[in-house]
Design a protein around this ligand. Structure first.
Ligand code: F6P
Length: 540
């Protein structure tokens, strides 16, 4: 929108509404209107969202929707899907939604037939994945590939790593995947330790192919391989995923074995394209395409559903509600699924690299708090760790609970126990226990206060039938669009990440000072200088 959103009537109306609602407890809201449990729900594809346990009424949703309209969300969605250069600081289109468009879709952006190019890459990936899975693509000594090691970091790691863990039940061709990201040698060396070079394929994934961690790990992997099998083995054991063919060739990987993407795909939005190659090899092209169909279902929902029934809009605007009107700082994401144990880490990059910004798209300072801090762990592990703070701490932590009706495997009713825990937690968080209720149970007076559960702690519950490639795609697209909704209201560019550059440059400037025999000369600051000296002493 033109002007400052925080000066709009819609923003002011929400501020006033918050003052009215802040003193009201969820117990009261439900007592006055039990029907909200049925009405404050939406369905998108296979996902069912219950948002009735939020400190919100239907009036709140109306006011939030009005704010979204005022922020120009409608036009902005069309601008993204239409390929406009909405990533202004990098002058790029933002087209991760094109990675899952159908083959017959029509979209020409900057002279590029986008769906045709996307499907050409998907087809090459599929053919390659089938060859590896079918034992047709073999290592240099003729043995089939048993392990794929994805070497990448950030968006070139977290997406495929998260999705591989989520979809391991679908890895049906005897090929397992591993993910190496950290510049800490423990990562690559620990992963290589029990691998056989003859049956290992490395997928070096880097949008830029200049990332220090990835190229260093890839060089270590290459030495490990060539040390065992000779230089000629590289061609059968290394493929690349990148936008930078020149750098791929410079590294020594044949660009015939490179799978490309484009500058209009942000790293953190890229695993449903070529960055997902390791995942595709593990689960197969058919399952991968089912996942893309799941993404697409959520894209269609986001693009076409009225805002008041639109899941990403409702969840994104509730994020604005708590961040900017209740001063909440964080959002917990709590999947009741061990398979989703990397989902919070994945979301941290998706959401925080996107919306952790202090200036608007036009370069002027933001006027509202931006960028929710995402964190979480799978239930029930989190319950025995940090839920104490969620229930009785002084901070407001809105939380997303994610559950699935059908398990992939079960023993002794464990899955129902898991779900019972999810449901119990959201109910306890919302309704709590009063001092009177606790005293009535015969609790000694001295500890009643300690046992009071304040309640009024907001949660969303997302329920899906089963964790499948399709539901995973729907879930990831849901959060991609939540990021988009929030970024639009804050007026920021959610698709650049300039904040990560300075630290990278300084690390490469500092590295020689850590290893050189010469006394260090220049340092960025006195504290860092002392730390370098101490490090050198300790390292000897
Ligand atoms: O950390 C910054 C970043 O650029 C991320 O945005 C990106 O996902 C990651 O580094 C890896 O970049 P690349 O895929 O170019 O190696």
């Amino acid at each position: 929108m033109d002007g400052d959103i925080t000066q709009s009537q819609e923003w002011a109306a929400l501020g006033k509404h918050q003052e009215e609602l802040a003193g009201r407890h969820l117990r009261e809201l439900f007592a006055q209107d039990p029907g909200r449990a049925g009405r404050m729900t939406v369905t998108a594809g296979d996902l069912y969202l219950d948002y009735s346990k939020h400190r919100a009424t239907e009036e709140t949703v109306e006011l939030l929707v009005a704010l979204a309209e005022r922020a120009g969300l409608r036009d902005r969605v069309e601008a993204m899907f239409g390929g406009e250069h909405i990533n202004v600081s990098e002058d790029r289109a933002v087209l991760h939604v094109a990675l899952r468009m159908p083959r017959e879709a029509e979209l020409v952006v900057d002279g590029q037939d986008v769906p045709a190019d996307v499907h050409a890459v998907l087809d090459r990936m599929s053919a390659f994945a089938d060859r590896v899975r079918g034992k047709e693509w073999r290592g240099a000594t003729g043995k089939p590939i048993e392990t794929v090691v994805n070497i990448g970091i950030g968006g070139s790691d977290l997406g495929p790593a998260m999705a591989y863990e989520a979809l391991r039940d679908y890895a049906d061709a005897g090929v397992t995947a591993r993910f190496v990201s950290n510049i800490d040698p423990a990562d690559i060396l620990g992963n290589l330790r029990d691998l056989d070079p003859e049956t290992t394929l490395f997928v070096v994934s880097s949008k830029t192919f200049t990332t220090l961690e990835t190229l260093t790990n890839a060089r270590v992997a290459r030495s490990w391989l060539t040390g065992a099998l000779g230089d000629d083995a590289v061609a059968r054991h290394f493929v690349a995923v990148s936008t930078n063919a020149a750098k791929v060739a410079e590294f020594g990987i044949d660009t015939a074995n490179m799978f490309g993407f484009w500058d209009w795909v942000g790293g953190r939005y890229s695993y449903d394209g070529a960055i997902g190659l390791s995942l595709m090899i593990a689960i197969g092209p058919g399952r991968f395409r089912e996942m893309l169909a799941g993404f697409r279902a959520m894209d269609e929902h986001f693009r076409t559903t009225p805002f008041e029934r639109n899941m990403p809009v409702i969840m994104g605007m509730l994020g604005i509600w708590y961040t900017d009107f209740f001063d909440a700082e964080t959002r917990a994401v709590l999947p009741y699924s061990q398979r989703l144990h990397r989902f919070p880490a994945y979301l941290q990059q998706l959401t925080m690299e996107s919306n952790g910004k202090s200036v608007k798209a036009d370069g002027t300072p933001v006027t509202a708090q931006t960028g929710e801090i995402f964190w979480g762990e799978p239930g029930t592990n989190g319950q025995h760790a940090f839920y104490q703070l969620l229930h009785q701490g002084t901070r407001l932590v809105p939380a997303d609970f994610i559950g699935f009706a059908e398990p992939h495997e079960d023993r002794e009713g464990m899955h129902d126990q898991l779900t019972a825990n999810l449901l119990a937690q959201t109910s306890a968080l919302a309704f709590g226990r009063t001092a009177e209720e606790i005293a009535a149970e015969g609790t000694p007076a001295g500890i009643v206060a300690h046992k009071v559960m304040p309640g009024n702690r907001p949660t969303s519950t997302i329920l899906a039938p089963k964790l499948t490639p399709s539901t995973l795609g729907q879930l990831v697209a849901l959060y991609e669009h939540i990021v988009f909704v929030e970024g639009t209201v804050w007026g920021i560019d959610s698709f650049d990440q300039w904040g990560v550059e300075l630290g990278k440059k300084m690390a490469s400037d500092l590295a020689p000072a850590l290893t050189s025999d010469e006394p260090p000369t220049t340092f960025p600051d006195p504290s860092t200088e002392r730390l370098v000296r101490r490090y050198r002493e300790l390292r000897g």
